[in-house]
Design a binder for this molecule. Structure first.
Ligand SMILES: *Cc1c(COP(=O)(O)O)cnc(C)c1O
Length: 431
């Protein structure tokens, strides 16, 4: 058994070393600050705190109450809203809470299509299906990589969904919520923003401000552009008190029992760090994404959204059909130390053969890379996919590029090793 323990630890250590030497460009991933990371292995991990602050089912929750109060207050300050619930344990769980609170089985809910960038939460085989709601899908403007506003207006007036979701996993440009607000009001729909991908950009004030543009409810993951622990979040502003009451009871007992107290404590730290460093970080995340897009475009890659400057977020999408398709290209890049994902892009019909790859700048920004390094990353893409250099050669160049960028920035305790493995107990005795 001790060998199995050591095998698991060894695999995780090798994983950490591998990522330390890699260029991780997954748009939904990020690195935790040292102060946040420390709380993940605190005693909070061992506890339950069912219920709400000051009204728990178990004894011993006083310090949990203190921390959750701080966490909720920081969330309200960071996002300028009156309601925050930090109990959902992931973005998907937060979405389930919204669906449970604000939609009934059989009802229609507005959303984007998966091939236009929506998350699997919106799919019949995801959270929408679990709640039994009917997706009403918005028409898409492929040129501008965003909703087709006149088409969406017409659709909403015809279908009249009572809940309208705005949010994407391929999130290049702010969504036109302000433009749709009068229509949402006319049909009496609640605007729901899924900020899983762009929460850190909203916190930094560099993307859009959905709670002031026409959405009353926001759900999110807390570990994508917001560089926090893997967790979820619900926010509300300007909503009926009955709506926030329903959201809170959907969070608990609806979709959680334990709300992962260690992650909640880490989240409080990440919110505090976002208040201190979030603007500078978010500005650099976007500047890096734009620089990477431009540099790839200049090297002959088909980066989507060219007319609009490729992106206003942390994400870019590249059509790689001429380089071999999304599956093949992302596999070759990974073998060369560049971690990306294959992604559906508008016009794709098969989820098995996506025509694109998705790239994100959050993690490389978090370790201190700037525009100059984005150009060097684009050169690595070019040498592997256009110039015929081998995977091994490019992997060595990627590791060399990464070597000075392995500490966490934009946080308290900056400069800590970003990919450090915390060896608390040493080797287990053999046997
Ligand atoms: C990632 C994502 C989620 C799900 O978040 P998890 O924390 O992974 O459960 C929900 N919605 C969107 C738009 C996402 O991109």
């Amino acid at each position: 058994m001790a060998t199995s323990v050591e095998s698991v630890r060894d695999a995780v250590r090798r994983h950490s070393t591998r990522f330390e030497a890699a260029i991780p460009l997954i748009a939904s991933e990020n690195l935790l600050s040292p102060y946040a990371k420390e709380l993940l292995i605190s005693d909070f991990h061992s506890r339950y705190a069912e219920g709400a602050i000051g009204d728990r089912y178990y004894e011993g929750n006083e310090q949990v109450d203190e921390v959750e109060t701080i966490c909720v207050d920081l969330a309200r300050r960071l996002f300028g809203c009156s309601f925050a619930d930090v109990r959902p344990i992931s973005g998907t769980v937060a979405n389930l809470a919204v669906l449970k609170a604000l939609a009934k089985p059989g009802e229609k809910v507005g959303t984007a299509r998966l091939s236009d960038g929506a998350h699997i939460s919106s799919a019949p085989f995801g959270a929408f299906g679990l709640r039994g709601v009917q997706p009403v899908t918005y028409p898409w403007d492929e040129e501008r990589m965003t909703l087709d506003v006149p088409g969406t207006r017409a659709l909403l007036l015809q279908e009249r969904p009572k809940l309208c979701l705005f949010g994407l996993s391929l999130f290049l440009f702010p969504l036109p919520i302000e433009e749709l607000r009068p229509t949402l009001e006319e049909i009496g729909a609640i605007g729901w923003y899924d900020a899983a991908h762009v929460l850190g950009l909203i916190a930094g004030g560099t993307f859009q401000d959905p709670l002031r543009e026409g959405c009353q409810v926001l759900s999110a993951s807390t570990h994508k552009t917001l560089p926090g622990p893997q967790h979820g979040l619900l926010l509300g502003e300007g909503a009926d008190p009955d709506v926030t009451k329903r959201l809170a009871s959907a969070a608990f007992p609806g979709v959680t029992s334990n709300h992962h107290l260690h992650a909640m404590a880490a989240l409080a730290v990440s919110f505090a760090e976002s208040l201190a460093f979030g603007q500078e970080y978010a500005r650099q995340v976007i500047a890096n994404a734009r620089a990477l897009a431009q540099a790839l475009h200049e090297r002959g890659f088909d980066v989507l959204g060219e007319q609009l400057g490729f992106t206003e977020s942390h994400t870019i999408a590249v059509r790689v059909t001429k380089e071999g398709g999304g599956a093949e290209v992302s596999r070759r890049l990974a073998a060369a130390g560049i971690i990306t994902n294959k992604n559906l892009i508008p016009g794709d019909t098969s989820s098995k053969h996506p025509g694109g790859i998705r790239l994100g700048s959050p993690e490389v920004t978090r370790v201190g890379m700037k525009e100059r390094e984005m150009v060097q990353i684009a050169e690595l893409f070019d040498s592997l996919l256009h110039q015929g250099r081998s995977e091994a050669e490019v992997a060595a160049a990627a590791a060399a590029l990464k070597r000075p960028f392995t500490t966490v920035q934009y946080c308290f305790g900056r400069g800590e090793a970003a990919y450090r493995y915390y060896d608390l107990v040493g080797r287990p005795p053999s046997g």
